[in-house]
Design a binder for this molecule. Structure first.
Ligand code: AMP
Length: 435
C-alpha cells in the first residue's frame, strides 16, 4: 500500500503526467529537468485544458516553461499557422525577456518543426517582414513594434489561439497598458489568455477582468517563494566611498563567481563598471542608453562567463536570465519593493543557492528597507565585514522623509556624503564574510 502511494507520488512529480508530445518531452529531458516546478504542476494542466489563467509567479520559478510547454503542445497538433497570422503570441515588457522566451521556444521546441519570430523594437524591420510574410506559428515580442506591425498590416492576430502576457505587472509599470489593450483588441475573441505577474494589485485586477474569461488563479507559495534559496544580507554604509570600498572587497572575493550589481542610474552604472574594470575585473555595464547590439553583446558575454561583474540598471536587467549568478549586489537600493524581489530573483534560480547583498545608509534607505522587509515578510540580516564596519548604525526610519530616491541621483559620482545620524540600530553584529 505504502509502496503504491510512493510510486504514485513519484509519478505525479514527472513531466510525463502532462501527456505532452514526445518531441516536447524529449526536449525537456535534454534540459535535465528532473521534475516540474510548482508553477508548472499547477499551470500546465489548466493551460492544456484551454482555461484562461492568472498566475502569480516570479522569474526563477520556471514560469516560462509553464506556458511554453502547453503552447508547444497545442502547436504540435492541428492546423498550421498562416502568413503573418500566428496561433500563439507572447507579449514581453522588455527585449531581454522576449529574447529569453524565444530562447526557451528554441530549447523546448528543438525537435518540432516550429515557425516562430521575435518582433522587437530597436532592430531593423527586414527580417521581421520576412518572417511575417510566411506562415507562422508563434510570435514573441514587445508591445511597441507589435503595434507597428499591426498598423502596417504585416501582423494579423485574428487567428490567435493563445495570448500570453508575461510579466504583466512590469508591462503596466512601464506604461504599456494602452499598448496591451490595443494588441488584445486586435486579437481573436476566441483566444485563450494567460497572464503571468509577480504582483497583483488593483490595476492588474482591472486589466485581468477586461482581458480574461473565467480565469483560474494560481499563486505559487506566496510572493516570496523564490527568496527561500537566497541568503539576503544588508551592509550599513557610511557614504559613497564606504560603499565603493565594500564593493571592491566583494568584487575581489573568489566566492563571487558571477554577480549583478544594481545601480540607480545609467551614469553610475557606467562609472562603476569602469572603476571595476580599472581594478582588473571582468566587468561591464548594462543600461538603457546602450544600443541593442551592445546590450546583446554584453548579455552574451555575461552568459558565457567573459564578464563576471555586470553593473546594471533595473530596466536593463529586467527578466534577465543568466544562469549561475552567485551574487546580486544592490549598490543602491531599488525604488520600489517589487523591484527588490525582481532584482534578487536573478540569483538563487531553479534550485541553486545565491546571495543578495544590499547597501543601505541614511534615513531614506532605512525607510525603504523597512518597506522591503514588510513586503517580503521577513527581516534581512545585517552583516559586517571586519575592517569595513560602518562608523554609525542605520538611523531609525522616519515616515515623513522623501520615500523614493529622485530619478537622477548624482551624489554617487559627485561626492556628497549623506547626512550623519546616530539614532537607532538594527545591527545584529554578526560578522560574515562573503563566500
Ligand atoms: P523562469 O522562471 O521561466 O525564468 O525559469 C527560470 C529557470 O529555471 C530557467 O533557467 C529554466 O531553464 C529553469 N527551469 C524551468 N523549469 C525547470 C524545471 N522543471 N527544473 C529545473 N529547472 C527549470
Amino acid at each position: 500500500m505504502i509502496l503504491g502511494t510512493l510510486a504514485k507520488g513519484r509519478e505525479l512529480m514527472s513531466f510525463k503526467q502532462f501527456k505532452l508530445d514526445t518531441t516536447i518531452l524529449k526536449a525537456v529531458e535534454k534540459c535535465g529537468y528532473s521534475k516540474p516546478t510548482a508553477i508548472q504542476v499547477k499551470a500546465i494542466p489548466q493551460v492544456l485544458a484551454g482555461r484562461d489563467l492568472i498566475a502569480s509567479a516570479q522569474t526563477g520559478t520556471g514560469k516560462t516553461a509553464a506556458f511554453m510547454l502547453p503552447i508547444l503542445q497545442r502547436l504540435s497538433v492541428l492546423k498550421k499557422g498562416r502568413k503573418g497570422a500566428p496561433r500563439a503570441l507572447v507579449l514581453s515588457p522588455t527585449r531581454e525577456l522576449a529574447d529569453q522566451v524565444t530562447e526557451a521556444t528554441r530549447t523546448y521546441g528543438r525537435f518540432m518543426n516550429l515557425r516562430s519570430a521575435v518582433i522587437l523594437g530597436g532592430v531593423s524591420y527586414g527580417s521581421q517582414f520576412k518572417a511575417l510574410s510566411r506562415p507562422i506559428d508563434l510570435v514573441v515580442g514587445t508591445p511597441g513594434r507589435l503595434i507597428d506591425h499591426l498598423q502596417r498590416g504585416t501582423l494579423d492576430l485574428s487567428r490567435l489561439e493563445i495570448l500570453v502576457l508575461d510579466e504583466a505587472d512590469r508591462m503596466l509599470d512601464m506604461g504599456f497598458k494602452r499598448d496591451v489593450e490595443k494588441i488584445t483588441a486586435a486579437a481573436s475573441k476566441d483566444r485563450q489568455t494567460l497572464l503571468f505577474t509577480a504582483t497583483f494589485d488593483r490595476s492588474m485586477a482591472q486589466l485581468a477582468s477586461r482581458l480574461l474569461k473565467d480565469p483560474v488563479r494560481i499563486d505559487v507559495a506566496g510572493r516570496n517563494m523564490t527568496l527561500d534559496a537566497i541568503d539576503q544580507q544588508i551592509y550599513v554604509t557610511d557614504n559613497l566611498a564606504h560603499k565603493k570600498r565594500l564593493l571592491r572587497y566583494m568584487a575581489s572575493d573568489r566566492g563571487v563567481t558571477k554577480a549583478i550589481i544594481f545601480s540607480a542610474t545609467k551614469r553610475s552604472a557606467e562609472a562603476l563598471a569602469r572603476e571595476l574594470k580599472g581594478l582588473g575585473h571582468r566587468a561591464a555595464a548594462l543600461h538603457g542608453d546602450m544600443s541593442q547590439a551592445a546590450r546583446n553583446r554584453t548579455m552574451k558575454a555575461m552568459r558565457n562567463g567573459m564578464i563576471r561583474l555586470l553593473v546594471a540598471t533595473d530596466v536593463a536587467a529586467r527578466g534577465l536570465d543568466v544562469t549561475g549568478i552567485s551574487h546580486v549586489i544592490n549598490f543602491d537600493l531599488p525604488q520600489g519593493t517589487q523591484d527588490y524581489v525582481h532584482r534578487i530573483g536573478r540569483t538563487g534560480r531553479a534550485g541553486a543557492e545565491g546571495t543578495a547583498v544590499s547597501f543601505a545608509s541614511g534615513a531614506d534607505d532605512a525607510l525603504q528597507l523597512q518597506r522591503i522587509e514588510r513586503f517580503i515578510g521577513m527581516k534581512i540580516s545585517r552583516e559586517e565585514i571586519p575592517g569595513l564596519e560602518p562608523s554609525r548604525s542605520l538611523p531609525a526610519p522616519v515616515k515623513n522623509v522623501r520615500s523614493f530616491r529622485p530619478r537622477r541621483q548624482k551624489r554617487h559620482f559627485s561626492m556628497g556624503l549623506k547626512k550623519k545620524s546616530s539614532t537607532g540600530s538594527s545591527r545584529t553584529g554578526r560578522r560574515i564574510r562573503i563566500k
